[in-house]
Design a protein around this ligand. Structure first.
Ligand SMILES: NC(=O)c1ccc[n+]([C@@H]2O[C@H](COP(=O)([O-])OP(=O)(O)OC[C@H]3O[C@@H](n4cnc5c(N)ncnc54)[C@H](OP(=O)(O)O)[C@@H]3O)[C@@H](O)[C@H]2O)c1
Length: 256
């Protein structure tokens, strides 16, 4: 589903996975507002239909499916011949005690959040290197430390960050960059989709970031290319405290 009137014909080509909802949708909107040629991807056909009105191209792409990734990659490279920015954003949550978490559930989280991101990065890496472009990995503050009842989710995001940091070393000298973005809690359907219906009740008074603000920050990250961008001053302060003394952080933090 394409909408050729939206973008500048010479704007950078930006592909966003998981652009049918939440943070990815706002990243797609924020890039489109800069004149970029945005390819928004996802699985949900109804939401892809709505997305098509806001981006240059809305495309089916299931990050867990080799064939889907192959078809989408061919369609993008055939149409644009280049990709300047890949935002690996598609992701799912899983929030439950370890004792209640079975292996199949962990594999599902890893298959989207880690293997999915890796699969899409592999497909577009030659184009990103050619363009001296940027791979933006949407990780999480949960990729920087452990949170109780987040074992599988934290594992997937730690894996994504470790993989990204290793790849960054391998890309040195190519002109291509890897940027890891770590959002704090953002108000999207994410927690509800993961079956975590008591988030608000469990985190009274927690000031979450809006998806639109996160989208703008992620566009800034793609432009500035820091190694890592932790979104929100509060999350940066907690991260620094954790680096200094995880035990102290455990004592002072209200939200686990
Ligand atoms: N919300 C937060 O508090 C928060 C905090 C830190 C990090 N994050 C990360 O931010 C990213 C986006 O989360 P969100 O809050 O925007 O969640 P969301 O509103 O639930 O959106 C998730 C997106 O991922 C897509 N998706 C899920 N499985 C997919 C698959 N197999 N293939 C392709 N796309 C898939 C969904 O699209 P379809 O259903 O159309 O496929 C949807 O567009 C995730 O990586 C999440 O881990 C979120």
């Amino acid at each position: 589903m394409s909408n050729p009137s939206k973008a500048s014909p010479s704007g950078p080509v930006v592909l966003v996975t998981g652009a049918t909802s939440g943070i990815g949708l706002e990243v797609a909107r924020a890039f489109a507002a800069t004149g970029a040629r945005v390819i928004g991807t996802g699985r949900d056909q109804a939401r892809l239909g709505n997305l098509a009105a806001e981006v240059d191209l809305a495309l089916t792409l299931d990050v867990t499916d080799d064939t889907s990734v192959r078809i989408a990659t061919a369609a993008v490279l055939d149409r644009y011949g280049q990709v300047d920015v890949l935002v690996n954003n598609a992701g799912i949550g899983l929030f439950q005690p370890w004792a209640e978490t079975d292996i199949a559930a962990i594999e599902k989280v890893m298959s989207v959040n880690f293997y999915g991101a890796v699969r899409v990065a592999r497909a577009f890496l030659p184009a990103l290197i050619e363009a001296k472009g940027v791979l933006v990995q949407i990780a999480s503050v949960a990729g920087r430390r452990g949170y109780k009842n987040h074992t599988a989710y934290c594992a997937s995001k730690h894996a994504l960050i470790g993989w990204s940091e290793s790849l960054r070393g391998e890309l040195a000298g190519t002109g291509a960059s890897v940027v890891v973005v770590c959002p704090p809690a953002i108000r999207t359907a994410f927690f509800e989709n993961a079956g975590y219906l008591t988030f608000e009740a469990d985190h009274p008074g927690l000031k979450t970031m809006s998806p639109a603000e996160a989208g703008r920050e992620i566009v800034r990250a793609a432009g500035e290319r820091p190694d890592t961008m932790i979104l929100s001053a509060r999350a940066r302060a907690l991260d620094s405290l954790n680096r200094l003394s995880p035990a102290l952080l455990r004592r002072v933090q209200k939200y686990k």
